[in-house]
Ligand binder design. Structure first.
Ligand code: NOJ
Ligand code: CA
Length: 679
């Protein structure tokens, strides 16, 4: 295979006396994306990116500030260069596609300071057809032993202004914001993934992969369209503390000619390490219900007393409903001690093993097992990871003994308000996305894996593709989910999900908890949720997660049998995924093939505008005829109006290449199930 580098200078082992190496350019396997990596006249390491010759990222500097050492920023020379290429296809144990192709060209340049006590840093760069990833590697070396990183100076210097979709970083509500659409030149400090579209339709999304033992990266606009990494803070002073040798997470840039390509990219998964857990067939993708929405409606409480939701009796009612309708799991929140009083940002009273007196966990799990239903465990921490880590082992062991193989956790605390052990037995306050909490999440994932338990954190650290390495990290929240439709002000707006598809959801699965059939929020006024009934169904296809909740109260789910039929049928694990149509912030139509059968499912959602879409089904098997069952907004349906429940369910026969013309009401949507005739 041709390795498409400009000047290729290979120096095997690092040699401090090595002569400077010339500028390097590496291109994607299809030759369209080209990245230059070099040190400039002042010895500042930099990179730049073009696609089809058009600048995407102009010259962008690389480097670090430390709290106790000179910056690594200028006075470097390139002393070594290695190249590699890969074209592998690997299999996901579960996912939105079964097989993932990792096809890239790699270049690693080692930069060395031009002085008497030179420090070295390597930048490893991988260029794929759908984007670019690079990371810093700090080799073992004589003149640099510990990196006390004050700031990472990585720049992302956008070559021209663009439209950006983003949420603010460093603000109190972590990742739970409605997205803002502005020119890139008007962004302040944003979380990743942040997505941008140039005037010519090129889509770019910035994120990171394999966030391990490091602080999460925010993007801060410095000037014009020049962005720079800003690491999540730490109370210690340095944002990251690591001994050499170590490497940073990958900084990733998805690049695509259209919105569909941006979504279909697996860039961050490809930049993560392969599965370290081996056989994880003990995790089964599934759907679940839970003692959950009733608390968000304030019909019952997490706290003990009169209104306590998590009682043995109530749990059995949910288990009965789950058994009747084929839901594998029942989530029960508020069964354990610690919910009385103020647990938010506190969590000091939580016990993860002791139940309130009106909840008999042995009996509930026994009853569930008898009915073929699993309890889904819950560990709300109130953001107190000190208390949680002290009990982690016994908490997971209890669930394992009771046959609980999935646990939802929660870190409800304001940003910067996570309580951690200060190393002396006292408390220190850290960030949800700082280095210390990145460590915490992986610790939980590893302990859970030993107990064959899958985890689903809410108020989590962002997803950076670690599910590839730790496939028991199955889902997370990390954005505004359906709970905001109960009590949020405002509720999730119609453009929220069509924006998330191309921002938050690029990073991985989300436990959005769809399926609120009542379309009513909490309180006496039961404020309208901006959605049609058909849209709630579309979420099961559009928002990927291997665990999907049917969030509403059982009696509300039962009130809409045609909708419930769809939720019962829709898979939670897929063989392949294609975006059929869409535009960031406006609408999304996604087709996925069931991993367990040949059936296809299509989901579509729109923003505050009604929309007609015409879909050509060119992905179907040419030799088969399919029965298409369509759940669509009825003629009178209006997700922002009076009639939000009008829904039609129709069937017709279709073949490959056939077309489907579908209408979506304002804040509406649709789903289609395509099953081979005769099956
Ligand atoms: C916030 C979570 O997102 C929600 O799902 C959960 O019910 C509450 N925290 C309580 O743990
Ligand atoms: Ca939340």
């Amino acid at each position: 295979m041709r390795i498409p580098f400009g000047t290729l200078a290979y120096i095997g082992a690092l040699a401090s006396f090595a002569a400077p190496v010339a500028a390097e350019t590496v291109t994607s396997p299809d030759g369209r994306i080209s990245v230059e990596l070099d040190a400039d006249g002042e010895g500042i390491p930099f990179y730049s990116v073009t696609r089809d010759g058009k600048p995407i990222i102009a010259k962008s500097n690389l480097g670090f500030n430390f709290i106790d050492a000179d910056p690594m920023r200028r006075n470097f020379a390139v002393v070594a260069s290695t190249t590699a290429s890969a074209d592998d296809t690997w299999e996901q144990p579960w996912g939105e596609s079964r097989f993932v192709r990792d096809h890239h060209n790699e270049l690693a340049l080692t930069f060395e300071e031009k002085d008497d006590t030179p420090r070295q840093i390597t930048v490893r760069l991988r260029v794929f057809d759908d984007g670019v990833g690079f990371r810093y590697e700090f080799p073992e070396q004589d003149h640099f032993k510990t990196a006390n990183i004050a700031e990472e100076l990585t720049e992302f210097n956008l070559a021209e202004d663009a439209t950006a979709w983003w949420i603010q970083a460093g603000d109190w509500n972590r990742y739970e914001y409605l997205y803002t659409e502005t020119p890139a030149s008007a962004v302040s400090t944003a979380h990743t993934p942040i997505t941008m579209r140039f005037a010519d339709g090129t889509h770019v999304s910035f994120h990171e992969a394999a966030l391990v033992d490091y602080s999460g990266m925010w993007l801060r606009r410095m000037q014009g369209t020049n962005f720079r990494a800003q690491l999540a803070p730490s109370p210690r002073g340095p944002k990251v503390v690591r001994d050499t040798p170590f490497h940073t997470p990958w900084r990733s840039i998805r690049i695509s000619g259209d919105a569909a390509g941006l979504y279909e990219s697996n860039l961050e998964l490809n930049l993560n390490e392969p599965n370290r857990l081996g056989d994880v067939s003990w995790f089964t993708p599934h759907k679940y219900i839970g003692i959950w929405w009733e608390m968000h409606l304030d019909d019952s409480s997490w706290a003990s007393g009169e209104k306590h939701g998590a009682t043995t009796e109530n749990a059995k009612k949910y288990i009965d409903f789950a058994a009747e309708h084929g839901f594998r799991g029942v989530l029960i929140e508020g069964w354990n001690k610690g919910w009385d009083g103020n647990w938010f940002g506190n969590g000091r009273e939580f016990s993860f093993t002791e139940a309130y007196p009106d909840f008999d966990i042995e009996e509930v799990t026994r009853y569930g097992a008898e009915k073929g239903v699993r309890l889904i465990g819950h560990h709300e921490t109130g953001g107190n990871i000190k208390v949680y880590e002290e009990q982690l082992e016994e908490a997971m062991a209890l669930y394992e003994r009771l046959g609980v193989d999935a646990v939802k956790s929660g870190y409800v605390a304001d940003a910067g308000g996570i309580i951690a052990d200060d190393g002396k037995g006292g408390e220190t306050f850290i960030w949800h996305d700082g280095q210390e909490n990145a460590r915490h999440h992986l610790k939980v994932v590893e302990v859970a894996a030993r107990h064959r338990i899958a985890v689903n954190p809410h108020e989590p650290i962002k997803d950076t593709g670690l599910r590839r390495t730790y496939p028991n990290w199955v889902s997370r929240e990390g954005a505004r989910g359906a709970e905001y439709d109960a009590w949020g002000s405002p509720k999730n707006q119609p453009d929220h999900v069509p924006t998330m598809v191309w921002t938050r959801l690029l990073s991985g699965p989300m436990d959005y908890t769809p399926g609120v059939f009542s379309l009513e929020g909490r309180g006496a006024e039961k404020a309208d949720i901006p959605s049609t009934l058909a849209r709630q169904l579309a979420f099961y296809v559009v928002i990927y997660s291997p665990i999907q909740m049917a969030a509403d109260l059982p009696e509300n789910l039962a009130k809409y049998p045609a909708a419930l039929d769809f939720v019962k049928a829709v898979p939670a694990d897929w063989d392949q995924t294609h975006v059929l149509a869409g535009s960031v912030g406006e609408y999304a139509v996604i087709a996925r093939q069931d991993r367990g059968s040949d059936a296809w499912y299509i989901g579509g959602v729109t923003d505050e505008n009604a929309r007609d879409v015409s879909l050509t089904l060119d992905f179907l098997d040419p030799d088969a005829e399919y029965v298409a069952k369509i759940w669509a907004d009825g003629a009178s349906a209006d997700g922002l109006g009076e009639d939000r429940h009008a829904m039609t369910v129709t069937t017709r026969k279709l073949r490959k290449g056939g077309t489907l013309d579908l209408h979506m009401a304002r804040a509406g949507g649709f789903t289609v199930q395509l099953v081979r005739s005769g099956e």
